[in-house]
Design a protein around this ligand. Structure first.
Ligand code: SAM
Length: 321
C-alpha cells in the first residue's frame, strides 16, 4: 500500500459518475449556471475497470458514487448491480434525491445499505431558491422509500447564514424523528466562492451551529473513526448528528479520500487543482495497468495538503463532492 509521511493512504474512492446535474445550487455553481456536462465521460465498464484496478493496487475498500447528480446518468443503472458484487467493505451513494423515488426499486434490489441525501431546507420555496430547481416533496418521497426499505439515510445540509440559518433546528428535528443522521457541511471555498465575498457572508461554522443546536438539545461529542470527515455528536434524547468542519476542525491530516472524475481523472485532494488522467491505462493488461496506476497514485497522494483546506477553483460537481 502506498502511504505518505503523515501515514495517509487511499482507502476511500469517490466516483463522480457524471458532471451533469439537475440542480444549480447557489453555493456550487455561479449565476444559476448548470455547467455543461464534461465531454467524453467514462463508460460504466471503464468505471468498473478502474474500481477493480484500484482494489488490487491500493487497498481501496470503500466506494461512494456521486457527481454531478449520479442518478441522472444511465450509467448508474448499468453499474450499480455489478459494483455491489465487488469485494468492498462499503458502497454508498450521494444524491440530491430528486430521482430517488424513480430509482428506488433499482437501488433496493441492488442491495445498497446506505445513502446520503443532500437537503438544505424543509421550506419548499427556499428549497427552490437554493437549488434553483427541483421539488422538496419529491425528495422527501424518495427518502421515505429508502427508509421503508431499511436503507440507512444520512442527510447533508450546507448551512448558509443568508439562506437557511433558521433551518438548522427544523432539519435536525426532521432527521432525528425519522431515524436519520443529519450532517452539517461547513461551506467550502470551492469554485466561484474561492474569490467571492459571499463566502464570508454565508459561512456558518461549527461553534455557531452548536450554539443553535444547544438551545434545544443536550448533546455530547463522540469518538469518530480515524478517517472520518465528520465530528459526531450524540443527542441526549436519542440519535446523532455530525458536522463536517472543513474550516473549524480540518481533517486533512487523516484524509484517505481519492476522487475519480467523470472524465477519467484522479484527484488526490479537493484543495488542489492537480489531476491525473487514467483513461489510457484502463486498456492495458492487468500487470501493466497496475504498475502505471501505482505511479499515478504516488503523484495523487503527493497532491494532498498537509493540514488545512485552502480552497480551490475546481467546482465540486466536476470532481465529486
Ligand atoms: N448531486 C449530488 C448531491 O447533491 O448530493 C452529489 C454531488 S454534490 C456536489 C455533493 C455535495 O457537495 C452536496 O451535499 C453539496 O451540498 C456539497 N457541496 C457542493 N458545493 C459545496 C460547497 N461549496 N461547500 C460545501 N459543500 C458543497
Amino acid at each position: 500500500m502506498i502511504s505518505d509521511r503523515y501515514g495517509r493512504s487511499f482507502s476511500n474512492l469517490r466516483i463522480s459518475l457524471t458532471a451533469a446535474c439537475n440542480y444549480a445550487c447557489t453555493y456550487c455553481v455561479p449565476d444559476g449556471k448548470r455547467l455543461m456536462p464534461a465531454r467524453a465521460e467514462l463508460e460504466a465498464t471503464e468505471v468498473l475497470r478502474a474500481v477493480d484496478l484500484m482494489i488490487a493496487t491500493t487497498g481501496i475498500d470503500k466506494v461512494r458514487l456521486t457527481g454531478g447528480e449520479p442518478l441522472l446518468s444511465p450509467k448508474f443503472d448499468d453499474l450499480m448491480p455489478d459494483l455491489m458484487q465487488r469485494p468492498l467493505r462499503d458502497v454508498s451513494l450521494t444524491t440530491n434525491g430528486q430521482l430517488l423515488d424513480r430509482k428506488a426499486d433499482l437501488i433496493i434490489d441492488s442491495g445498497l445499505k446506505r445513502i446520503n441525501v443532500s437537503l438544505d431546507t424543509l421550506d419548499p420555496e427556499r428549497f427552490r431558491a437554493i437549488a434553483r430547481s427541483g421539488d422538496l416533496a419529491t425528495v422527501q418521497r424518495g427518502i421515505d422509500r429508502m427508509l421503508d426499505a431499511g436503507i440507512s439515510v444520512k442527510l447533508n445540509m450546507v448551512p448558509l447564514r443568508s439562506a437557511n440559518r433558521d433551518q438548522v433546528l427544523p432539519m435536525l428535528d426532521y432527521a432525528l424523528s425519522n431515524g436519520m443522521e443529519l450532517r452539517y457541511i461547513e461551506l467550502m471555498k470551492m469554485g466561484h466562492l474561492q474569490h467571492d465575498p459571499r463566502f464570508e457572508r454565508d459561512f456558518l461554522g461549527m461553534d455557531e451551529l452548536l450554539d443553535i443546536i444547544g438551545s434545544r438539545h443536550a448533546f455530547t461529542r463522540t469518538d469518530a473513526p480515524f478517517d472520518s470527515t465528520a465530528v459526531r455528536f450524540a443527542v441526549e434524547s436519542g440519535g446523532t448528528f455530525g458536522i463536517i468542519a472543513n474550516e473549524s476542525e480540518p481533517f486533512c491530516s487523516s484524509c484517505t479520500r481519492l476522487r475519480l472524475s467523470s472524465n477519467g481523472r484522479l484527484y488526490g485532494c479537493l484543495s488542489s487543482a492537480k489531476s491525473h488522467d487514467i483513461r489510457d491505462l484502463l486498456t492495458l493488461d492487468d500487470e501493466q495497468a497496475r504498475e502505471r496506476l501505482k505511479d499515478v497514485l504516488g503523484m495523487a497522494l503527493a497532491d494532498k495538503q498537509p493540514l488545512h483546506f485552502t480552497g480551490e477553483v475546481t467546482v465540486m460537481k466536476f470532481i465529486g463532492g
